[in-house]
Design a protein around this ligand. Structure first.
Ligand code: CP
Length: 295
């Protein structure tokens, strides 16, 4: 039984075995293979989600687990109950593992040390989103065969992005070259020692162009005068997409601000992997939940 709190501190072999196991699950023709029969998983979302929450639930159900969902807005968190007391409450009822998404960074590690069930990070503040990065690596590996030597540009709101951080840590372990492109207000200076900041022109020459959502809910007003101005300078517009090399893959973790960081037509274009990423999230989360819960 193992937690998955982040990718920074786990080995390349460990990540590789999750990716391989995801390929096994993707190849299964039976939709339900009940290896987690009689196990109880709870998905605890203290911050909103569509993709991550539903693909964890889909993954758990496809493995035959009993699934419970916890949404902070409909719970005693509204009465002031802490995250720790909430997790301890569910643990005391006999759950076998918890998937957890948290608004603040830096509390998950301590929480995991204080409870005895495995915890799987579904996104903690701007720190890590390990299953998103695993599905990103899986998507790249499926198309390119191997990750070593790939150049991956991550463009946009790096500062607030747990996806950028998890992708950076994981891709570097496999010998991929990660570079960032962001306006100064959206840069994370502490990451500059790990990945260079490059111009938009340079960023677009990569094997993978990963666009990030402008996190309007985490920014103070006035970063850009308008969405149109952001699109003009940092958006993957139809015109920029047309100049990408023939093999370049377009990714985005979603949700997408259409016509802000990526044009509507580019989201729907054949080289966009955005919906493939979502599909790949299910076998990845099957592998992660099996690892966490199988006795
Ligand atoms: N990519 C991602 O984490 O999406 P959700 O916030 O909808 O889960």
């Amino acid at each position: 039984e193992r937690s998955l709190l982040g990718l920074k501190d786990i080995s390349r072999d460990e990540i590789g075995s999750i990716l391989n196991r995801a390929a096994y699950w993707e190849a299964q023709s039976d939709k339900v293979v009940p290896v987690l029969k009689s196990k109880f998983a709870v998905n605890m979302f203290f911050e909103n989600s569509t993709r991550t929450r539903f693909s964890f639930e889909m993954a758990e159900k496809r493995l035959g687990a009993e699934v419970m969902n916890f949404a902070a807005a409909a719970s005693s968190v509204e009465k002031g109950e802490s995250i720790y007391d909430t997790v301890r409450t569910l643990e005391s009822m006999g759950i076998d593992a918890g998937v957890i998404r948290l608004k603040p960074s830096g509390v998950l590690q301590e929480l995991a040390e204080r409870v005895s069930i495995p915890l799987v990070n579904a996104g903690d503040g701007n720190n890590e989103h390990p299953t998103q990065a695993l599905l990103d690596l899986y998507t790249m590996k499926k198309s390119f065969g191997e990750l070593k030597g790939l150049t991956v540009s991550i463009i946009g709101d790096i500062k607030h992005s747990r996806v950028a951080r998890s992708d950076l840590w994981a891709l570097q372990k496999f010998g991929a070259h990660v570079q960032f492109c962001a306006p100064e207000t959206m840069q994370a200076p502490e990451l500059a020692q790990y990945a260079p900041y490059v111009s938009m022109e340079t960023a677009l020459k990569a094997d993978v162009v990963m666009m990030l959502r402008v996190q309007l809910e985490r920014h103070n007003a006035g970063v850009f005068k308008s969405s149109a101005e952001y699109r003009e300078q940092y958006g993957l517009t139809e015109e920029r997409a047309a100049r990408l090399s023939g093999h370049t893959m377009i990714m985005h973790p979603a949700p997408v601000n259409r016509n802000v960081e990526i044009d509507d037509t580019v989201v729907e274009s054949p080289r966009s992997m955005i919906f493939n990423q979502m599909a790949n999230g299910v076998p990845i989360r099957m592998a992660v939940m099996e690892r966490a819960m199988k006795g």
